[in-house]
Design a protein around this ligand. Structure first.
Ligand SMILES: Nc1ncnc2c1ncn2[C@@H]1O[C@H](COP(=O)(O)OP(=O)(O)O)[C@@H](O)[C@H]1O
Ligand SMILES: [Mg+2]
Length: 270
């Protein structure tokens, strides 16, 4: 019988070393340390194409670290990252990243439209002029997140949920193939959550891959196809229907969730 302890010890089921070439994000043996103790240790992860994937785990489990180290924003001690079968260094322009909102300094004096246009710099080059067409495209991305009327506002003057929509608009402007989002629904109201999930589902319908750190276990089933459970190490991964189980949640959260909550979130395994 498989117990949470054995799942935790083995880090989930064994996986193939080589990811399929259409795999939007594959991580192998990724270890990151800020000090002596690794924040994530020897993590393997394989995210599926044209799907919405959730990265789930308790506070401090290494979720943000996994995203940032995958992107190369922070250095890794060891491990490799491939994006659509290509080493990450040659695939950066296919990725859009929305950081955890708490980690952004909102006091910088810039307008909403400027923030979205930053997503276009990679296309025009830092010294290139943003044409009227680019401006129109930024405006269109604001429209897609319901923020068209806020283009000239200072970013620091918006509510948390509005700022989150603007950063999603910037990611849309990049026209990427893989969207990485760190807790996109944290601290937003129900209307903004709805608006963001609609945009993300639209991306998936357009053949894109979405990988989001997600903290609300009650919406995993409604929003996501695939889950990756982490607590420093990989605890489990797979389709929501098979990997989002009470056993795996127990192992990942170390009993901190309580049996009632777990039964609520994950369907019982027969
Ligand atoms: N810049 C940093 N310097 C030192 N320790 C950090 C830093 N960022 C994160 N950590 C630590 O690494 C661990 C994982 O953090 P993080 O990836 O942010 O977790 P999560 O996103 O799952 O809450 C935590 O123990 C956290 O305190
Ligand atoms: Mg985090």
């Amino acid at each position: 019988m498989t117990t949470p302890a054995t799942i935790a010890a083995s880090g989930g089921q064994a996986i193939d070393a080589a990811p399929p070439p259409d795999c939007p994000l594959a991580v192998r043996g990724l270890t990151v340390s800020y000090g002596e103790k690794p924040a994530i240790f020897s993590v393997d992860a394989t995210f599926p194409a044209t799907a919405m994937s959730a990265i789930i785990g308790p506070n401090g489990a290494g979720k943000s670290t996994l995203l940032k180290a995958s992107l190369g924003v922070i250095p890794r001690l060891s491990g490799s990252v491939t994006v659509f079968g290509t080493p990450i260094d040659r695939a950066r322009d296919r990725i859009a990243y929305v950081p955890q909102r708490a980690s952004v300094d909102w006091d910088f004096p810039t307008t909403v439209l400027d923030v979205v246009q930053m997503g276009l710099y990679r296309k025009v080059g830092l010294l290139g002029r943003l044409s009227g067409r680019m401006r129109a495209r930024a405006q269109d991305c604001l429209d897609r997140v319901g923020m068209a009327d806020f283009a000239d506002r200072q970013i620091g003057q918006l509510s948390g949920g509005q700022q989150q929509r603007v950063f999603l608009a910037r990611a849309l402007a990049q026209d990427a193939d893989l969207y990485l989002l760190d807790e996109p629904f944290a601290g937003v109201d129900a209307a903004t959550e709805r608006a963001i999930i609609d945009v993300l589902k639209g991306l998936k319908a357009g053949g894109k891959a979405v990988v989001a750190v997600h903290h609300d276990l009650s919406t995993v089933r409604a929003y996501f196809d695939h889950v990756f459970l982490i607590n420093v190490r990989r605890m489990a991964e797979g389709p929501v229907s098979t990997a989002f189980t009470p056993e795996n949640l127990n192992a990942t959260y170390g009993g901190r969730l309580g049996a009632t909550h777990i039964a609520e979130f994950a369907q019982a395994v027969s």
